[in-house]
Design a binder for this molecule. Structure first.
Ligand code: SAH
Ligand code: SF4
Length: 389
């Protein structure tokens, strides 16, 4: 049997093109897209306002297939984490964080990650593979309709949406899986799909400078940048990609991004590591950096208390230290928040997402991808750099 085309792989324009191939008008694509992304319907027979002939055609050639759920846990604080299967022994995690006024979904873009940040358990497992569009948007599709099911909402219309915000802060570096990430973003923003505002969709990056520029052109959404170090030697150790795109280049890219961004600030994420990057001096260096007359940028800081994982060799900064650090930034007029750790009883907190199923079968493919990145981003790409004690 011929393989079925997964309709979750198509952005709005591609779905129109696919329907045209089947001899259908663009409005049919819109209807189809609404059934899929607004009503969570995967069975073509249930798409009652589509002509029977179209439904029959679709049944023989297409499918709507999100990644299968391997496990589903809810934390005592309401955070819900799914482990989903992305094939070949790989799994990624998707996390829903309910708050009073919003529901945020944290989605993954790669199985593993090649950037290998010192403090990140996803990085420690190395790069496995890029997720497809269907695997990225499929996390949102799956989560939205699982949440509705739990609440007893039947394939509801727009008003009953559970997920109001999306952050690409799960496993992987979204800007190193650029095209599928952008295609998925377009669906999140489309009025006939999820209709999220650009301000409510955030891409988080470790600083892939050329692709930050590309994103600003192709699909500007809110941007979070993982800073973690206040000077180059420190950031080189924590985020090896800094050797390729050092701080001043990164800051300049942030500044360019803001010309197109839906928000007038960049969110800098800063993982608080005891004795490594959390002194008063580090805070002062950050202030100087973001106020630099040439590359300075309008920003907010989000301090993330380090979430430990086995063998990281790192320790979370003590609460009073985090407070004092935040105060120094705030005294300099920088809006600063400390991220509340959510879902850590189910290992759903930032940097704890490792996927429990590891691929041991495709080592060669992974190594060649790593070699490609090292050629592109420098020989230290993905290498573990020890932090001097
Ligand atoms: N690759 C992207 C997005 C995924 S990581 C990026 O690096 O931005 C999402 C956020 O979690 C990043 O800011 C990352 O630095 C942070 N993070 C990773 N490991 C962490 C850990 N162990 N504790 C706290 N935050 C962590
Ligand atoms: Fe990759 Fe982000 Fe983890 Fe760094 S922090 S290893 S870029 S997922």
């Amino acid at each position: 049997m011929a393989t079925l085309t997964n309709l979750l792989d198509f952005d709005p324009a591609q779905l129109v093109a696919y329907c045209a191939e089947l001899g259908e008008k663009p409005f049919r694509a819109k209807q189809l897209q609404r059934w899929i992304h607004q009503f969570g319907v995967a069975n073509f027979d249930d798409m009652t306002d589509l002509a029977k002939s179209l439904r029959e055609k679709l049944k023989t050639r297409a499918e709507v297939r999100a990644p299968a759920i391997i496990s589903d846990h809810t934390s005592s604080d309401g955070t819900r984490k799914w482990l989903v299967d992305v094939g070949n022994g790989n799994a990624v995690e998707t996390v829903f964080i309910p708050e009073e006024t919003r529901g945020t979904l944290c989605i993954s873009t790669q199985a593993g990650c090649a950037v290998n940040c010192r403090f990140c358990s996803t990085g420690k497992q190395g790069f496995n593979r890029n997720l497809s569009v269907a695997e990225i948007i499929g996390q949102l599709w799956m989560a939205e309709f699982e949440l509705r099911k739990t609440k007893g909402i039947e394939g509801g219309p727009k008003g009953e949406r559970q997920i109001t915000n999306v952050v690409m802060m799960g496993m992987g570096e979204p800007l190193l899986n650029f095209e599928p990430t952008v295609t998925a973003l377009k669906l999140m923003l489309d009025d006939n799909a999820y209709g999220l505002s650009r301000r409510r969709v955030t891409v988080s990056t470790s600083g892939v400078v050329p692709n930050m520029d590309k994103l600003s052109q192709e699909c500007p959404v809110a941007l979070a940048v993982s800073l973690h170090g206040s000077n180059d030697p420190l950031r080189d150790m924590l985020v090896p990609l800094n050797k390729k795109y050092p701080l001043r280049e990164l800051m300049a890219a942030c500044k360019r991004y803001l010309e197109f961004a839906p928000r007038d600030f960049i969110t800098f994420e800063y993982c608080m590591l005891d004795g490594v990057n959390d002194t008063d001096e580090h805070a002062r260096q950050l202030i100087a950096l973001v106020n630099d007359p040439v590359v300075g940028v309008s920003c907010k800081f989000n301090l993330i208390p380090f979430n430990p994982f086995p063998e990281s060799g790192l320790v979370r900064s003590k609460n009073p230290r985090i407070k004092a650090f935040a105060q120094i930034l705030m005294d300099a007029g920088i809006v600063t928040t400390v991220r509340k750790t959510r879902g850590d009883d189910i290992d759903a907190a930032c940097g704890q997402l490792a996927g429990e199923v590891k691929d041991r079968t495709r080592v060669n493919e992974r190594m060649s991808k790593m070699a490609e990145y090292q050629q592109k981003f420098g020989p230290n790409f993905g290498k573990i750099v020890e932090i001097p004690s």
